[in-house]
Design a protein around this ligand. Sequence first.
Ligand SMILES: *[C@@H]1O[C@H](CO)[C@@H](O)[C@H](O)[C@H]1NC(C)=O
Ligand SMILES: *[C@@H]1O[C@H](CO)[C@@H](O)[C@H](O)[C@H]1NC(C)=O
Ligand SMILES: *[C@@H]1O[C@H](CO)[C@@H](O)[C@H](O)[C@H]1NC(C)=O
Length: 182
Amino acid sequence: MMSHLLLLILSAQLTSALCSDWLSDYSTQSGEALSWINSMGGPLRDERPVPFPNRAYRRVRRETVQSQLAFVGETLSFIAQLFNSANMSAAGWNRTSTEKLRTNINRQREDVLHCIPSNTSAVTTLYKYFRMLEKVTLLRTGGSRGSWEQVRWETRAHLVQLDVLVQPNIKDRSARRRRHHP
Ligand SMILES: *[C@@H]1O[C@H](CO)[C@@H](O)[C@H](O)[C@H]1NC(C)=O
Ligand SMILES: *[C@@H]1O[C@H](CO)[C@@H](O)[C@H](O)[C@H]1NC(C)=O
Ligand SMILES: *[C@@H]1O[C@H](CO)[C@@H](O)[C@H](O)[C@H]1NC(C)=O
């Protein structure tokens, strides 16, 4: 029932061509982001510097698609800030892959933010979480290699969770087009 509601809202709100483009391109973009984050360095290590905001993700799943998209845009903005502002040289990552990831995140962020009215605000802000993350990793160590790896791990966790959040909306749309009722 919830997914029907989401579908209705989605159809009503995402009629602009830009949004359809973004949604239809989303799987590719999201897959590429994960691929760049895996390939930019060595194997990812599970070292969580701060508790992951699982509750925020659970909560936003119950919100409107518009709020979900605002949340996606906001989360990508925080990630972009982490990767844009600080000195990454100590991370020792592959520059090409890192640059591709940055470009991908910035592009996804701009695309999703174009999709929603500018006065939409995300229901759940991850401001505190990202501030804490930056504080206990990059700021505490001055951007050590290990702290960048922690940021990389957390970033990957967000990319996976954002994908989990967005994919059902895409599936609803294509399922509807095929007139398939599960
Ligand atoms: C970045 O940090 C490295 C040392 O980790 C330093 O040598 C370099 O000058 C810094 N670059 C900038 C632009 O701050
Ligand atoms: C960096 O990654 C690119 C492809 O993503 C690859 O072609 C290149 O060889 C890598 N460079 C190093 C130094 O590993
Ligand atoms: C956002 O702006 C639109 C008009 O652009 C207006 O109809 C709507 O009520 C506004 N929503 C909020 C939450 O301010």
